[in-house]
Design a protein around this ligand. Structure first.
Ligand code: GLC
Length: 708
């Protein structure tokens, strides 16, 4: 009996047995992933028949054809079928489209993110696929970057915590593999430029960007994706220090590393860091990449390099072993029973989608206009994104990938804000006028203003669109576009109460909304249920609990504006700008008020290997039950390298009934107070640490912890 077919053996034992039976061609074939839209049909067909490690973006008949042809190869090694299921299996029309990562991060709800990931994994597996290129663990600190919507925001601790929850959810049922991406510091490129150089030191990487990947490795993430860019001019694809010495050797990552799209080719044609594809293939393998996403000539060049003795057989075996172990781990060789297709877009996932959409909504301003009273007679719903499901879905759905579609119509249930307002308040109360487009006036402003004059309240839905976001789409100016600014101004000039609802991929400069509108609600890309959740929030059907995971600058020039900046800026602000950002990390209101008191530490003086308990009373003083995210921040009073003025080190989201007081306890691992010193060593320094516990970075109780 072939040991590798023996299900009683471990993935490692089975991989080891299969490895021994493979030819060099079959081994190097496992290190290649191709997509049907990245090479000519003849080559593509050849790879399907030869059998390679993975295919991506294969849906429906294409997926079935790959499976059939792979089964006929000599050893019948099944390929990993990968897809970007980054907020639901959204490249499949009809699957559940959850809110974007950025939207979901504002829920601060680890459990809900675990559930959405688990639901996504069930839909991906039911659709016959095996691997999602998710979660994105990039940290969004320069908002000019086009891919902010794919992140969990600006804070390393939050990104790591939510990334861990999502990876655990994806891999929970053992059906699919997750992929922590993009390794590393992709969003930190100069000027927010996509795939460009990140001028960061290894010290900075260890302080800010590595911790989420460390948590991903600890969570057992099956794969990591190499970022396009470079670290201080050394491309990640050719970066052995980052990929092998730190990720694999130091962190002990035992999954496999896949490059991003055409990274090997980009070394030659974009980064000019290799003279030809053969040289680039050598650099990529030697640095620690185990699989090349596209650049299919990687296959023939790696074969040549091994035969020339330039790449060792041991190096190839290490990559192939990692890939095979992943395949055995999810049962690919064992004709595993996949979830039933009825799970795709099912009612349970719809309910979960509405729950996460509600908790992702952030009420930023409310002068008392919300919740709208039941006796409101007419509501004008206006704005370019009021009825735009494309804007509400955001990036990485069937609208934009694998190939952009201008005509796709969603098959699954969805609710735009206009749909939601009609459902919640009744169609007869709603007057809809688009007012303008994102880029053009469209001649509708007068009609929108007239609708506002005839209404008791105005809901104005603005933001951005896919043309302004995504890969290759960085923005130098993140203002609301002029037609939208004019629309909002004219609506406010009517004297009516204007409720601004933002449907956008990233923070925008919304100082005018904060100043002139009666209420501001941030939904980001709320997914299929986002419009209904927004309308329910406006009607007071639930108590909003979302808090910002990312800051909003006053102007595009006020960047970076992330909250956890270092001490030391002379003056602390630009001479031509007010201090602070328009909104900052942690901001978010509810329909009730939470009062914090009685902050206590289980120890006032701790040792470096202690875990202490930080406790506080939280009272819901209002008349509505609600959920509150209690945040624990730290300020290292004196440190041998600069440290942030305030930084998140813990959070818990708790349900508190109206009038009830809950004692909330958060564990603080003193090791989490470590700094990365200039020689890259990690140390918890003795001294005083301010411990702040509260609703956000502006409202908290403070005490001092001494570390010996
Ligand atoms: C894209 C993205 C990456 C994605 C991959 C496959 O270019 O950078 O995030 O997973 O290619 O679609």
């Amino acid at each position: 009996m072939k040991k590798y077919t023996d299900k009683t053996l471990s993935p490692s034992e089975r991989a080891e047995d299969l490895l021994k039976r493979m030819t060099l061609e079959e081994k190097v074939g496992q290190m290649l992933q191709v997509s049907y839209n990245a090479l000519n049909p003849v080559d593509y067909e050849r790879y399907k028949k030869r059998g390679i490690g993975s295919f991506l973006h294969a849906l429906g008949k294409e997926r079935d054809d790959i499976r059939k042809k792979s089964a006929k190869t000599r050893l019948g090694i099944p390929p990993l079928l990968g897809i970007d299921a980054i907020h639901g299996h959204a490249l499949l029309n009809g699957a559940t489209v959850f809110p974007s990562q950025l939207a979901m991060s504002c829920s601060f709800n680890r459990a809900l993110l675990f559930e959405t990931a688990r639901a996504t994994a069930l839909e991906v597996a039911a659709d016959g696929l095996d691997w999602t290129f998710s979660p994105v663990l990039c940290i969004a600190r320069d908002l000019r970057w086009g891919r902010v919507n794919e992140t969990f925001g600006e804070d390393s601790y939050l990104v790591g915590e939510l990334g861990k929850a999502v990876i655990t959810g994806y891999e929970y049922d053992g059906n699919i593999i997750a992929c922590a991406k993009h390794y590393i510091a992709y969003g930190e490129a100069t000027g927010g430029r996509d795939a460009y150089d990140s001028p960061v030191t290894e010290r900075k990487i260890r302080e800010v960007f590595l911790p989420p990947f460390k948590k991903a490795v600890e969570a057992g993430c099956g794969s990591v994706m190499t970022a396009y860019g470079s670290i201080d001019a050394l491309p990640l694809t050719a970066n052995k220090r980052m990929l092998t010495e730190i990720l694999k050797d130091e962190l002990g990552f035992d999954g496999f590393v896949v490059t991003d799209w055409e990274n090997v080719k980009s070394l030659v044609h974009k980064q000019r860091a290799a003279k030809d594809i053969k040289d680039a293939s050598y650099l990529a393998v030697e640095a620690g990449n185990d699989m090349s996403m596209n650049t299919h000539s990687f296959y023939k060049y790696v074969l040549e390099l091994v035969r020339e003795g330039k790449i060792s057989k041991e190096r190839i075996d290490d990559s192939v072993r990692r890939i095979l172990k992943a395949k055995f781990r999810i049962g690919l060789f064992d004709d595993k029973e996949r979830p039933d297709k009825s799970v795709i877009g099912c009612e349970n996932h719809r309910k979960l989608n509405l729950a996460i959409a509600r908790e992702s909504m952030v009420l930023l301003k409310n002068d008392g206009v919300l919740p709208l009273k039941d006796n409101v007679k007419k509501i004008a719903v206006v704005g370019p994104n009021a009825d735009s499901i494309r804007a509400q879905f955001g990036d990485w759905t069937f609208f934009s990938h694998p190939l952009p579609s201008a005509i796709a119509k969603p098959r699954g249930e969805y609710h735009t804000v206009l749909d939601g307002m009609r459902e919640v308040f009744g169609g007869d109360k709603i007057i809809f006028e688009k007012g303008c487009d994102i880029f053009g006036h469209g001649g509708g402003i007068e009609k929108a203003v007239d609708a506002a004059k005839r209404a008791d309240a105005v809901v104005c839905v603005i933001g951005d669109c896919l043309a302004q976001n995504g890969e290759y789409r960085d923005r130098a100016n993140i203002d609301l576009t002029d037609p939208q600014t004019e629309l909002v101004s004219r609506l406010c000039d009517t004297g009516k109460k204007v409720i601004a609802v933002l449907v956008n991929c990233k923070p925008l400069c919304i100082g005018m909304l904060k100043e002139r509108c009666a209420a501001v609600i941030e939904t980001f890309n709320g997914g299929a249920m986002g419009g209904l959740a927004a309308a329910e929030l406006i009607a007071g059907r639930f108590n909003p609990s979302g808090k910002l995971s990312i800051s909003f600058p006053q102007t595009s020039a006020q960047m970076p504006c992330y909250y956890n900046h270092y001490h030391g800026w002379h003056g602390g602000q630009y001479v031509d700008l007010k201090k602070d950002s328009v909104y900052t990390f942690g901001d978010g209101l509810s329909y009730t008020e939470y009062a914090y008191s009685n902050l206590k530490l289980s120890k006032k003086t701790a040792c470096k290997d202690d875990v202490i308990e930080v406790s506080v009373d939280v009272k819901n003083k209002g008349g509505m039950d609600g959920k509150e995210t209690v945040m624990l921040f730290v300020n290292d009073v004196v440190s041998s390298v600069l440290t942030p003025v305030i930084e998140l080190k813990g959070f818990r989201k708790v349900f508190i009934k109206a009038g009830e007081t809950k004692r909330v306890t958060i564990k603080l691992n003193i090791d989490d107070l470590a700094i990365i010193k200039s020689d890259c060593t990690r140390e918890v320094e003795s001294g005083d640490f301010e411990i702040m516990v509260g609703a956000n970075t502006r409202t908290y109780l403070k005490t001092v912890l001494k570390v010996k």
